[in-house]
Design a protein around this ligand. Structure first.
Ligand SMILES: [Zn+2]
Length: 81
């Protein structure tokens, strides 16, 4: 995945996840299959809360993100769907 910003994404285990961000859009690499997952870092948009997760189009893995300190993303897998 091309990288154009310095944003970093950390998963729940503290491992770095390949990602990129542009404006309010965040693309992360699906931890399950490697397909890009697009999330929108705005309230009530997909991928920004547990209630509105972003889904991988390839394997249906679902997750949401949190932004910390303006440059770190936390990636949270949605479990117990
Ligand atoms: Zn996937």
């Amino acid at each position: 995945m091309a990288k154009i910003t310095d944003f970093r994404c950390i998963d729940e285990l503290g491992n770095e996840v390949p990602c990129d961000a542009f404006g309010n859009n965040v693309a992360v690499r699906c931890p399950r299959c490697g397909h890009p997952i697009l999330a929108i870092a705005l309230e009530n948009q997909r991928g920004f809360s547990q209630d509105k997760p972003a889904a991988c189009r390839s394997c249906r893995f679902e997750c949401w993100i949190t932004i910390e300190r303006g440059e770190f993303f936390g990636l949270h897998p949605l479990i117990n769907i």
